[in-house]
Every structure is written in structure tokens, then in C-alpha cells.
Design a protein around this ligand. Structure first.
Ligand SMILES: NC(=O)c1ccc[n+]([C@@H]2O[C@H](COP(=O)([O-])OP(=O)(O)OC[C@H]3O[C@@H](n4cnc5c(N)ncnc54)[C@H](OP(=O)(O)O)[C@@H]3O)[C@@H](O)[C@H]2O)c1
Length: 329
């Protein structure tokens, strides 16, 4: 195969700009594999890239798509772990919305036994992000009280599942009663509809006035000061996005009084080695649990990839709960 189809976002714009186009199949370099893509996960950052607000890091494919599942069809020099024919899911630096996609070999993980490829495609972006932020950076421990905002999002679902599996008490915020029920069914101990209730007051009641140990926040803006208000002594806040505003005011005395830790990160520009280390942690700590039936991915809807525009429109409408997937094969 010399050429392949991919989803082109042209010069950017609304979801309707997305169209199938043709380009050359990339060749794997040292340490890389070429994957024949079966399914590609859709993530909110793809929408940001489509409108020109999230440019790919230097050297990454300009094609959308941060995660795929499929079959390894070529391996580059120095790759021992994978062979042609292996079924994998992979975190990609871009390029997932295509028939063939390159990934560093160390960012591939085996499809968990018994898991469908469409489910496996939904794993990498959220698992890498949640593991790194909640467990490595914020150090969530069994028995601690955890809040994830946006519990019905792709990130939110994985955060609820992982935190519960590792023994935390989990609270989340959502925008509708249906999403609250969805999160409770996933295992959240408390789901607060932020349109009706104040999550700070609810968090204090949830923790017997002690406060939260860890908060995973994708909202930012005015939530930052409120997260701090809801935090326990020695609590940690991990920021991963700012859907509610890029600027915030932080009361520094409260930060000091609570001995709080504030951390922020974004996954895509991390080095190959850093993302490889997260993959190793996931394979050791989370993949055995997936194989045992914990944390089963929740798929909102699978769209044929020719309908990528509808998939993006659904994500931007926020009516979805769980992951949106493109069927590429
Ligand atoms: N830093 C990183 O490394 C990293 C990696 C991956 C993703 N992210 C970010 O994480 C976020 C979630 O990604 P995703 O792919 O899981 O997206 P998603 O499924 O589209 O979820 C976004 C969720 O955010 C909630 N939301 C939006 N605006 C809100 C607001 N103002 N207040 C409260 N909740 C709000 C929506 O829930 P309701 O409808 O209930 O409000 C929606 O379910 C995105 O912003 C993405 O860019 C960051």
C-alpha cells in the first residue's frame, strides 16, 4: 500500500470541514510501528485542533487523532516488542483518523483479552491522562476523597473507574440529572448537578467537612478558587483543561493554609520516553484489571469515519456520555 485515506480538516473551521482525502502511507522510523487502523477515538482536543487552537507538536502528524486500535503491519528498526499481525491500541502524537497510523512502539499496549477493538480504541488518551495526573502527579491513595469534574466525559468516566478500582471515595460534577445517574451507575459515590447545586458545599458534606484530597479539573476559570475551597489539608489539584476559562484568581492565603499542591500538564507534547513510562505503569497496574473485567470502556456511539463531522458535532454538543469512536476499517 502506497496511499491511504484520512480525515482532512483542511484550513480548519466547523465540523463540516471534515472530509475523506488521500495521502501517502507513512513509513515507520526507528522505534516506531505502522498500525492498520480499525477504530480511532475522538477526544475534545481533536475539536480544538480542527479549529486551529491545538496545533500538533513539532514532528507530529498534522492529521487529527490521538488514539487508535488495530493491527501492526510494519515495524521500524529497533522494535522487538511487536510483530506484524499483533493487535494493539496506541497513544499517537496525531494521525489516528487514517487507514494507517504511526506510533512509537513504547506507546502501544496489547488489546486486553476479550475486549473488542472499538472499546480498545477508547483507552489510551484517557488512561494515560488520568493515570499520570491523578495517580502519579496528585498521588491519589486508597481511602482518599476524590472529585473529578465532568464525570460523564471520556476523561471523567476513566477517572471514576480508576479511582473506584483503587479504593478512593469518588464524587463528580455533571450538567444534567441523566448524566448524574450515568455516573452513579459507573460507581461514583456522589454525582452533583452543578447547574442546581454548589459543588463546594456538596464536597464538604461528602467528606464530613474534612475536604477533598484530590481534584481532577478540566473546567479551570472560576472553578480553581472553588476547588481550593473544597480541598482538605495537604490536598492536590490537577488541572488538565480550562473549558470554563483560561484565567483564574487564586486566593494565595488559602493555598498556604491548606498546604495545597497545584499541578497542571498536557499529555501530547510530553517526550516519547515520558509517555512510554506512563504506558509501562498502565500495563503493570491497570491492564490486569481491564483483563479481569474492571473499568470496561463506555462507548457513547460509533460513527463510520465518513461521518467524522457528525462525531465532532456530537462531542461539541456535550450530549454524549462516554467515548465517541470512529470506525475506520
Ligand atoms: N491535559 C491533558 O493532558 C488532557 C488530555 C486529554 C483531554 N484533556 C482535556 O480534558 C477535557 C475532557 O476531554 P474529553 O475528551 O473527555 O471531553 P468530553 O468527553 O467532550 O468532555 C467534556 C465535558 O466537560 C464538561 N464541561 C464542559 N464545559 C463545562 C463547564 N463550563 N463546566 C463544567 N463542565 C463542563 C461537559 O460535561 P457537562 O455537559 O456535564 O457539562 C463534558 O462532558 C477536555 O477539555 C480536553 O481538552 C486534557
Amino acid at each position: 500500500m502506497k496511499t491511504m485515506r484520512y480525515v482532512d480538516h483542511g484550513a480548519g473551521g466547523p465540523p463540516e470541514v471534515l472530509r475523506l482525502a488521500e495521502c501517502a502511507v507513512p513509513a515507520p522510523g526507528a522505534g516506531e510501528v505502522l498500525i492498520e487502523v480499525a477504530f480511532a477515538g475522538v477526544n475534545r482536543p481533536d475539536c480544538a485542533q480542527r479549529i486551529g487552537r491545538y496545533p500538533p507538536p513539532p514532528g507530529a502528524s498534522p492529521i487529527l487523532g490521538l488514539e487508535v486500535s488495530g493491527r501492526v503491519v510494519r515495524v521500524g528498526p529497533g522494535v522487538d516488542r511487536w510483530r506484524e499481525g499483533d493487535l494493539v491500541c496506541a497513544l499517537t502524537p496525531g494521525g489516528g483518523y487514517a487507514e494507517y497510523c504511526l506510533a512509537p512502539a513504547t506507546h502501544c499496549l496489547p488489546v486486553p483479552p476479550g475486549m473488542a477493538l472499538e472499546q480498545a480504541a477508547s483507552l489510551p488518551e484517557t488512561c494515560f491522562t488520568v493515570w499520570d495526573n491523578v495517580f502519579s502527579r496528585a498521588g491519589l491513595k486508597p481511602g482518599e476523597r476524590f472529585l473529578v469534574h465532568g464525570g460523564s466525559s471520556g476523561i471523567g468516566v476513566t477517572a471514576i473507574q480508576m479511582a473506584k478500582a483503587f479504593g478512593a471515595r469518588v464524587m463528580t460534577t455533571v450538567g444534567t440529572p441523566e448524566k448524574a445517574a450515568f455516573c452513579r451507575a459507573l460507581g461514583a459515590d456522589l454525582a452533583v448537578n452543578y447547574r442546581d447545586d454548589d459543588f463546594v458545599r456538596e464536597a464538604m458534606a461528602f467528606t464530613g467537612d474534612r475536604g477533598l484530597d484530590v481534584v481532577l479539573d478540566m473546567v479551570g476559570g472560576s472553578y480553581l478558587a472553588r476547588n481550593l475551597e473544597a480541598l482538605a489539608l495537604d490536598g492536590r489539584i490537577a488541572l488538565i483543561a480550562f473549558m470554563g476559562g483560561a484565567d483564574a484568581t487564586l486566593p494565595i492565603p488559602a493555598l498556604l493554609r491548606k498546604r495545597a499542591t497545584l499541578t497542571g500538564s498536557t499529555l501530547r507534547p510530553r517526550t516519547v520516553a515520558q509517555k512510554g513510562a506512563i504506558a509501562r505503569d498502565l500495563e503493570r497496574h491497570w491492564w490486569p484489571r481491564l483483563a479481569a473485567g474492571q473499568g470496561t470502556p463506555v462507548i457513547d456511539r460509533v460513527f463510520p469515519w465518513a461521518e467524522a463531522a457528525q462525531a465532532h458535532a456530537r462531542m461539541e454538543s456535550s450530549v454524549h456520555a462516554g467515548k465517541i469512536i470512529l470506525a475506520v476499517a
